[in-house]
Design a protein around this ligand. Structure first.
Ligand code: DCP
Ligand code: MG
Length: 457
């Protein structure tokens, strides 16, 4: 292995030989255009790796006859696109798009139904390869993770940038799919970088260029700024991160509370969150932001019911159960309230999650107007001890049996086929007008609140 420490010297991502940036930007040895040169290339240690068109790449690998065809993975019960290969994306096909619309845009596409076990197994293989690079791997979802490669140079005999490029090659060779890499000094920018040059990308964002790079980006790129909060910022005339960079910390704090602190710091590329290795999913949750703030139990309860069913469906799908139920509310002025209750046994039943959430919600409906409601379970375990038959409480036992029967019907006829008294006919009131990240439960691993929380400075 060679030692790289001259910042003027980069390397070729194909033949891995050290290279100076040539005027042509092509590798003098193999002719590849993928030469990587950057002033801070050998100082940066935080990476974000994300597989390219993950499900679609796996399907193409397993069916070589599909390689050159536009491919959409999705359909089935929900009738939406899970992902599309990059050929189909050229035509405008995107994740979460209704299948009929995707096929209007790209009628020649081949559509394949998702096979989750296959993707989960490939995801585990990618993760195992990451863990061979560093113990500091923090999985984010089935196909992406953060890596902290600090202190690994001696073990690998090469700096992180080089190790990551070799990793990308290894994944292609051994697993037959490709990844994109983002390399930076913090998680926020590493994550942004991995998206910049997809597919088969490798993007570097150094400290020196971070503020100028960020200045050009829309506020929605900031962690935790969803569509609803972006609208608040837009109303205040703030669209780019550059505008946030010019604002005082006090002003941001006054306007947006603790979120103002996050805006202040992240807009300046100041992100001190550590890469936390964790293999355990900590919680399963679903939340929704309302079109109009809601205050009454009559309005909130049906939403709670729908979300409880969503969480329960995910628990059942993931063959897991949780013992602590957490209700999350966000008030009109962006203050978050979370309330927990621990159950005697782990559950995965919508009914138990809902009843527990309802008890917590009743104490909060004091006239306050809420913009967001969420429900989740944590203390996850497998299902062996979950929902033991309760011989004393016959009523709850009956409901559990009924729920199992309803699940079987839904499995057969689709999620919306059966509505309970709580949600019947109220399907749209508390629902977001668009698909939110938490609203795509079928394929996407659930969002974790705790992973989204940025510690305040
Ligand atoms: N997924 C899904 N529904 C969504 C988004 C994603 O089912 N709304 C699934 C399919 C994706 C996988 O999760 O293949 C990974 O999600 P990504 O957002 O990383 O998307 P891709 O890997 O497909 O594409 P990209 O190359 O943009 O990362
Ligand atoms: Mg991906």
């Amino acid at each position: 292995m060679f030692r790289l420490n001259d910042p003027k010297l980069g390397f070729c991502r194909d033949c891995l030989a050290p290279r100076r940036a040539a005027a042509s930007r092509r590798c003098a040895g193999c002719g590849s255009p993928r030469v990587l040169v950057h002033d801070e290339l050998y100082e940066l240690r935080i990476a974000h790796i994300d597989c390219d068109a993950f499900y679609a790449s796996i399907e193409k690998r397993d069916r070589p006859e599909l390689r050159d065809k536009p491919l959409i993975v999705g359909g089935g019960k929900r009738g939406v696109v899970s992902t599309a290969c990059y050929l189909a994306r050229i035509k405008g096909v995107r994740s979460a798009m209704p299948m009929f619309k995707a096929l209007e845009l790209c009628p020649e596409a081949v559509v394949v139904k998702p096979e989750m076990e296959k993707y989960a197994s490939a995801g585990r293989q990618v993760r195992a390869m990451m863990q061979a690079l560093t113990p500091l791997v923090e999985p984010v979802s089935i196909d992406e993770a953060f890596l902290d490669l600090s202190g690994t140079e001696r073990m690998h005999g090469a700096p992180p940038a080089f190790i990551l490029a070799r990793f990308a090659q290894d994944v292609e060779r051994e697993l037959g799919i490709s990844v994109s890499v983002g390399l930076s000094y913090c998680k926020f920018l590493a994550k942004m970088a991995s998206d910049l040059k997809k597919p088969r990308g490798f993007a570097v964002i150094g400290k020196a260029e971070a503020p100028a790079f960020l200045a050009e980006q829309p506020v929605t790129m900031i962690w935790g700024v969803g569509q609803a909060f972006a609208q608040v910022l837009h109303r205040d005339g703030i669209r780019t991160i550059g505008q946030l960079q010019r604002m005082e910390q006090g002003d941001l704090l006054r306007r947006y509370g603790s979120m103002g602190n996050r805006l202040f710091r992240l807009s300046r590329g100041d992100d001190t969150r550590r890469v936390e290795p964790s293999n355990e999913r900590k919680s399963v949750s679903a939340e929704t932001t309302f079109d109009n703030d809601l205050a009454t139990a009559a309005d909130l309860v049906p939403v709670l019911r729908a979300l409880s069913e969503k969480v329960s469906a995910r628990l059942k799908k993931g063959d897991t159960a949780g013992q602590t139920v957490t209700l999350k509310l966000k008030t009109q002025d962006f203050k978050t309230r979370t309330r927990n209750q621990r159950l005697p046994d782990p559950t995965r039943l919508a009914d138990r999650i809902f009843e527990t959430g309802l008890g917590l919600l009743r104490k909060e409906t004091d006239g306050t107007r809420f913009r967001l409601l969420g429900i989740g379970v944590s203390d996850l375990s497998d299902t062996a001890r979950a929902d033991p038959p309760d011989l004393i409480d016959l009523r709850s036992r009956k409901r559990a049996l009924a729920e199992t029967a309803v699940d079987a019907l839904r499995e057969k006829y689709g999620l919306r086929a059966i509505e309970t008294g709580y949600t019947f006919g109220k399907g749209t009131k508390g629902r977001p007008p668009r698909a939110e990240s938490t609203d795509t439960p079928s394929m996407r691993p659930p969002e974790f609140w705790d992973e989204m929380d940025l510690p305040d400075a």
